[in-house]
Design a protein around this ligand. Structure first.
Ligand code: UD1
Ligand code: UDP
Length: 387
């Protein structure tokens, strides 16, 4: 039986992590049916934003690295499209797999759909209903260029229906007759798979950072709205510093390079103050296994990351979300994630409430059974009638 050729496109840190769930499921269940080609656009390129995940999560090295790097949106996306077009024409895959909502996703959607390669979109249907977010435009355009769309939550599935996608469509599926599925979340697959491994492989990581279980708060900040706008960045960090000192708790901040660059160049005085504060540990981005340990053992999470919001739920930790809105609405409806924007009053109120409430909150299973990657691959094979 001939294999199908599946071209995976990654570029940003969370996509490399997501692709590991798919690669693992292919290796375990479908290596006879699916040949995987991996393309890295090079959107993220620092060792700790890219290589570390390939090494740690046992993903094979990319077959192609376009080396695009950082640039303004238009230039970055167009360089990706140019590179991807070459790869697609050379490899002629049966389908293209895209993850999430980054510029690498958008470039993959445009390059593949114009060349008529069917697109499979993982994390389809998520919406913030805020089109000033680059990710919102990327999601909408990628969803509307796709043939199979895998929505990770009920809310995402409903969003697709309200944009005209019809669950009753029958095969053959095409860009004009797409199929939508409600699945779980492949990041949940990853968390289940790697949590035990993290404990084993990184046993001394918390100790190395002088952290005690349940006695620190994990903070990540990287959204353009929070890093490019220094008024917001300053308000967030000054408020968090004050709260840490008043409550005598440590804040651990593995900061994205974007945030470090903003702090060092635009807020150097604040950066010095934070770096010398005994309640704050600013550290470089950590590996996924290290991140899992930080999440699993913290008291609470403060973040503007999509992935980290969900992982707070996987590890049953309350989460303060430094955004006006979220795509993961079930977390907010559940009361375990609180939207605070960059408002010092709301950050302080929710911080204090969640510190007290953390042991009584409940965390229902919103994100599937940990076998979402397997489900997705089976459906892809059904589309090509290879199962
Ligand atoms: C991108 C995604 C965002 C995702 C995030 C995951 C878009 C539009 N945004 O945001 O949705 O949540 O990845 O982390 O695609 N930089 C480095 N080293 C690197 C990578 C980036 O120094 O390896 C710095 C550069 O100064 C760069 C800046 O970070 O200009 C922003 O990087 P970019 O990839 O454009 O966007 P992210 O903020 O990472
Ligand atoms: N992550 C990581 N190291 C870090 C910060 C995040 O491994 O220092 C992981 C995190 O556990 C999650 C993913 O990266 O799985 C989220 O990526 P990010 O916050 O960059 O992007 P988003 O999910 O917001 O697109």
């Amino acid at each position: 039986m001939p294999q199908i050729k599946l071209l995976n496109i990654v570029g940003a840190r969370p996509q490399i992590i997501k692709a590991s769930a798919i690669s693992r499921a292919i290796r375990k269940h479908f290596s006879k049916n699916i040949a995987e080609i991996l393309v890295h656009t090079g959107q993220h390129y620092d060792k700790e934003m890219s290589d570390v995940f390939f090494e740690e999560l046992e993903i094979h090295k990319p077959d192609f690295n376009l080396g695009v790097g950082s640039a303004r949106h238009g230039r970055q996306t167009s360089m990706m499209i140019t590179g991807l077009e070459e790869v697609l024409l050379k490899e002629k895959p049966d389908c293209v797999l895209l993850y999430g909502d980054t510029n690498s996703t958008l470039a993959g959607a445009l390059a593949s759909s114009k060349l008529h390669f069917p697109i499979i979109h993982i994390e389809a249907g998520l919406r913030s209903f805020n089109k000033t977010m680059p990710e919102e435009l990327n999601r909408i355009m990628s969803d509307h260029s796709s043939t199979l769309l895998f929505a990770p939550t009920n809310a995402a599935f409903k969003n697709l229906m309200s944009e005209g996608f019809r669950p009753e469509n029958s095969p053959p599926y095409t860009i004009d007759n797409p199929k939508i599925y409600l699945t779980g979340d492949i990041m949940y697959d990853n968390t289940l798979f790697f949590a035990g491994l993290a404990e084993k492989k990184k046993a001394s990581f918390l100790e190395h950072l002088s952290l005690q279980r349940d006695n620190y708060i994990l903070v990540t900040i990287h959204r353009d709205t929070n890093t490019d706008d220094t008024v917001r960045l300053k308000e967030i960090l000054v408020t968090l510093k004050k709260l840490a000192e008043e409550n005598d708790i440590i804040l651990v901040m593995p900061l994205h390079p974007r945030t470090i660059i903003s702090l060092k160049t635009k807020l150097p005085v604040l950066y010095d103050v934070l770096s010398t504060c005994k309640h704050i540990k600013i550290i470089p981005p950590v590996s996924f296994l290290e991140m899992i340990l930080l999440e699993k053992n913290c008291r609470m999470i403060v973040t503007d990351s999509g992935g980290v919001q969900k992982e707070s739920h996987f590890f049953k930790k309350p989460c303060i979300v430094l955004r006006k809105e979220t795509e993961w609405v079930e977390l907010v409806n559940n009361g375990t994630a609180k939207l605070v924007d960059a408002d010092p009053v709301r950050i302080s109120e929710e911080f204090l409430k969640l510190m007290d409430l953390h042991s009584v909150l409940e965390y229902p299973g919103f994100y599937g059974d940990g076998k979402t990657a397997e489900f997705i691959l089976k459906e892809i094979l059904f589309m090509f009638e290879k199962v």
